[in-house]
Design a protein around this ligand. Structure first.
Ligand code: SN0
Length: 320
């Protein structure tokens, strides 16, 4: 691989999942691969798991890591080509991406959507302009519309815990007080539809995701029907795609409870975290024996390590 912005950069997604599972059995097996290589992690938005798991993954491969919280410590970045920079923004992405490439062999970047301008978000304006101006491989640490490192870890977690060849996986919308990105569910759909599973999406009407991702996937508007017989329940809130960025419902009957989980096939519960307890899902489910959330977060290390390893093997080296 020479970049990791989405599943489209991955020639064999199932193979990458297998690779991550192998790495998990011996995480230091390739600790010389990253010798004298530096990973730069650039955050325009908050992060706990992505930041720490990607850092740990790089360390397992023998890489050094530098972290820049652009939102707090950097200059305010400009993304418009041809901008007359006499306002608040102080540094253009052109210089920022090119300069960070002088110091790093691989760069990860996190950028959330505006949830205002659907076209700019879905064109991945910030991620793409960063990747265009960087001279080293770029990986997404969650972008405006996708979170591929999360989805890879999710597939890996399902693979590890499944007890049948074709488990039923249900992606369910759940309520949340804030308007959240569509990145995690978009990406989950992109990856999981390629996995050997029976896949169903359930959400209230109006919460349809971009059909570019969901065309051909079963959508069931009755959550109880969708959950029947599920082996894995993946909960996530997202804001509306059609009425872009809007909260259309806060219906608490969509919260995942023990009663809902009783409809499943003793299903496992998954969530990417951070999770709003007793809004998205009850304490009983989160703290219960079928919750995979901590294991799922742990698998973020091996997902990131599989991606970094593949890029390092492809010969990532700074053009500096
Ligand atoms: C982000 C999201 O895309 O939904 C990151 C998930 C990995 N989640 C949030 O921003 C949650 C914020 C909140 O207020 O709970």
């Amino acid at each position: 691989m020479n970049q990791f912005l989405s599943i489209d950069d991955v020639p064999d997604p199932a193979g990458l999942v297998k690779e991550a599972l192998v790495i998990k059995t011996d995480p230091f097996a390739f600790s010389h691969l990253g010798k004298n290589k530096t990973l730069g992690l650039v955050f325009l938005n908050p992060s706990l798991r992505t930041r720490m798991s990607t850092q740990r993954a790089a360390q397992n491969l023998g890489m050094d890591v530098m972290v820049l919280n652009v939102d707090k410590d950097g200059w305010q970045l400009e993304f418009e080509d041809g901008a007359i920079m006499n306002g608040a923004s102080q540094e253009h992405i052109k210089e920022a991406a090119a300069v960070i490439s002088q110091y790093c062999d691989i760069i990860g970047i996190r950028t959330f959507p505006s949830l205002q301008d659907r076209e700019a978000d879905y064109n991945e304006k910030i991620l793409r302009s960063f990747a265009r101006n960087a001279t080293v491989p770029v990986i997404s640490l969650e972008s405006a519309t996708l979170h591929p490192l999360q989805s890879l870890a999710d597939w890996l977690t399902i693979e590890e815990h499944k007890t049948k060849d074709m488990p039923k996986v249900v992606l369910t919308w759940a309520p949340h007080p804030k308007a959240l990105p569509q990145s995690v569910p978009n990406s989950f759909v992109q990856w999981i539809r390629k996995a050997p599973v029976e896949f169903v999406i359930t959400h209230p009407e109006g919460y349809e995701l971009n059909s570019r991702f969901t065309a051909g996937v079963t959508i069931e508007y009755d959550q109880n029907k969708a959950l029947a017989g599920a082996d894995f329940v993946y909960a996530k809130n997202w804001s509306s795609y059609n009425e872009y960025g809007k909260i259309l419902s806060q219906d608490s009957s969509w919260m995942v409870t023990e009663e809902k989980m009783a409809l499943t096939n003793q299903g496992s519960f998954m969530h990417c975290l951070p999770v709003r307890r007793n809004v998205i899902v009850t304490d009983q489910v989160l703290d219960g024996p079928n919750s995979l959330i901590i294991n799922e977060a742990g698998n973020r290390v091996y997902a990131a390590q599989a991606v970094l390893k593949s890029i390092l093997e492809n010969g990532a080296s700074g053009s500096n």
